[in-house]
Design a protein around this ligand. Structure first.
Ligand SMILES: [Zn+2]
Ligand SMILES: [Zn+2]
Length: 379
């Protein structure tokens, strides 16, 4: 196997033990106080990572109990992150802006990581897989093509239980395709920060997409928590359903807790216009730092907006203090700039983060810089 070409380990100190309550001074008739059971300290976990050059490098079996995997899939200029436990799968975005990029590359990766699923559209061979598998949660951080282009195919190929979307309409064909795929997903619950319209119809690009009764529709709010499986959960830190000129302002921000290791997913959340990281915090970054100071403090950060200077202000990085920083970027320029920005890389180094990037070898090979981060009991 070529997988573990580069691996490093960070031993995580267990969280400080909770102090037992102090016994109060006994009154004259109080029974002898029973000392509480000492708290069980959490098992120390390690974080390791390895580059995934091809899907053949992926482990053949799902992670065992107490182990979690975070896959940053190299989709070129876009983002797709798969979080996988023994008992759940969560996909945060799946899209690319690269003209030659095939959504099938994401599905081929998912097929290798989760197992093959779906019909002939879901395989590179064109042969149906004969089975359907489940992805418990699909989160669209915000309605931009580089985060959403493959999601309609993902919904077609997998049984998805929950879809999370800010609900701020981007009047674009890809977003309509995404909504249509949600409407055709039986049994799914569609979660939006915007309130569901009475007629359950969303108008995009001249057509209305109606969510049928088989699709549940619920509103979510900041601070909402979802259990993911044993010892894993996520909390929504930014929920903005109002339509903005720039959909990046709708980015859903999620803190994922995996056995006590925290992953912060930010999509394209920003502080504002492009500026040096020393500039003031603003917009979504300021909001989550002020509202959820404890939950933004994370071990692993998906660096906002592909490492652009619109994001990753120093005050934000200080609050997150990541040990590991994941940057998904590709060859296509954003408004003339190839990301990530050097100033953001320097700011990440200054807080002591190790950076993993999907664009390192874009000149020589495409799609060969995926990364697999494994959270497992320390050896
Ligand atoms: Zn983006
Ligand atoms: Zn965006």
């Amino acid at each position: 196997m070529r997988i573990f070409v580069a691996a490093a380990v960070i031993a995580l100190a267990g969280c400080p033990a909770v102090q037992p309550p102090q016994p109060t001074t006994p009154g004259p008739v109080s029974p002898e106080p029973v000392p509480p059971e000492p708290p069980v300290p959490p098992e120390p976990l390690s974080i390791t990572w390895a580059r995934v050059e091809t899907t053949h490098d992926l482990p053949p079996a799902p992670p065992p109990d107490g182990t979690w995997r975070i896959h940053m899939i190299d989709v070129g200029t876009g983002l797709a992150i798969l979080v996988q436990g023994a008992d759940f799968a969560l996909l945060f975005d799946a899209g690319s802006n690269d003209p030659g990029e095939k959504p099938l590359r994401v599905v081929a990766y998912l097929s290798a990581a989760l197992g093959p699923s779906g019909d002939e559209q879901c395989t590179t061979s064109g042969a149906p897989t004969g089975t359907r598998r489940t992805i418990d949660h699909v989160i669209l951080s915000h309605p931009h093509l580089d985060h959403a282009s493959a999601l309609d195919l993902v919904l077609h190929c997998y049984d998805v239980r929950h879809v999370w979307d800010a609900g701020a309409v981007n009047d674009a064909v890809f977003y309509r395709d995404f909504l249509t795929a949600v409407s055709e997903e039986p049994g799914v619950t569609y979660h939006t920060a915007a309130p569901p319209p009475d007629d359950r119809t969303i108008h995009v690009k001249g057509f209305g997409v109606t969510m049928p009764p088989a699709v549940g529709w619920q509103m979510f709010s900041e601070g909402d928590e979802m259990a993911l499986g044993a010892a894993a959960r996520f909390t929504l830190l930014h929920a903005e359903g109002k339509r903005h000129a720039d959909p990046n302002r709708n980015s859903i921000v999620v803190a994922v807790d995996l056995g006590g290791v925290r992953l912060l997913l930010t999509g394209d959340a920003e502080s504002g216009a492009r500026a040096d990281p020393s500039a003031a915090l603003g917009d979504v970054e300021a909001h989550v730092v002020s509202q959820f100071p404890a939950l933004v403090d994370a071990d692993i950060l998906q660096v906002g907006h592909h490492g652009s200077k619109t994001s990753s202000r120093r005050a934000f990085l200080d609050a997150v203090s990541p040990r590991l920083a994941l940057i998904s970027a590709g060859p296509r320029r954003y408004k003339g700039t190839r990301l990530p920005d050097a100033e953001v890389l320097a700011a990440l180094a200054a807080v002591g983060a190790t950076v993993l990037r999907t664009d390192e070898r874009d000149e020589t090979c495409r799609g060969c810089d995926s990364w697999l981060v494994t959270i497992a009991p320390a050896p």
